[in-house]
Design a protein around this ligand. Structure first.
Ligand code: ZN
Ligand code: ZN
Length: 229
């Protein structure tokens, strides 16, 4: 019991083990929090992948096939403290990290949106985990941007294997047709929220479903983005 209690009410920072009395980034201490690795400044204007060459605005992938989302906004790389924070949030059930993680969105420039929509889970997966981490982030984002949140517009209609177990092409195949919009989104600008972007297959498929429902445009907003070193 003590162990479980310790997970939810730790007195020490779960990353560096020093006392963490900071309420804005709690339970992670402010020092660790400030060590998140940001994305380089030169990234693809669409998928936010770091670009090797100066003077170009789009990566080869987005030139070859334009994604359904118009752009991705993200705070940090999915590595180090950010990776640990997301794992604690998602897999250890540390839900109170939703707010400090969403607060990071205040530090990035966000396009205008009419509606905030989280990447949904199937009911089965939701029961297994007990919460949808993307919904918690989207809810906190909605709180401070005052943009309305809709948690039941985008629906996941197909169970998919854990994306982390799959290769890039397998992800695209498995997630295909996994989402559906329950209503028409005619003329609406949508902010689609997820915790992590790895290959972008999930966000792209979510955006495809929203665009199919006549959204004007969709941009993705994620706390972290995986970057191949
Ligand atoms: Zn720390
Ligand atoms: Zn790109």
């Amino acid at each position: 019991m003590e162990g479980i209690f310790g997970i939810f009410f730790p007195s020490a920072c779960p990353i560096c083990a020093k006392p963490s009395d900071d309420f804005t980034t709690s339970p992670i201490c402010e020092m660790c929090w400030s060590n998140m690795k940001r994305l380089p400044t030169n990234v693809c204007g669409i998928c936010s992948k770091p670009l090797e060459i100066e003077g170009i605005t789009r990566c080869g992938d987005c030139y070859a096939e334009r994604p359904y989302y118009s752009t991705i906004r993200t705070y940090a790389q999915f590595t180090g403290v950010m990776k640990e924070a997301i794992h604690l949030f998602k897999f250890s059930g540390m839900r109170r990290l939703a707010r400090p993680l969403a607060e990071l969105f205040k530090q990035i420039e966000l396009p205008e949106a009419d509606l905030i929509i989280p990447v949904p889970m199937t009911k089965k997966r939701l029961i297994q985990r007990g919460f949808n981490q993307s919904l918690l982030l989207a809810n906190a984002l909605s709180d401070f941007t005052k943009i309305p949140l809709s948690y039941d517009t985008l629906v996941k209609v197909k169970e998919t294997p854990h994306q982390s177990m799959l290769s890039g092409t397998e992800r695209i195949k498995s997630i295909r047709n996994a989402f559906k919009s329950a209503i028409s989104l005619k003329g609406k600008r949508i902010a689609l929220v997820d915790d992590v972007m790895t290959t972008g297959a999930t966000l792209n498929e979510g955006a495809r479903a929203l665009m199919k429902a006549d959204a004007l445009n969709v941009y993705g907003i994620v706390a972290a983005r995986a970057v191949l070193e």
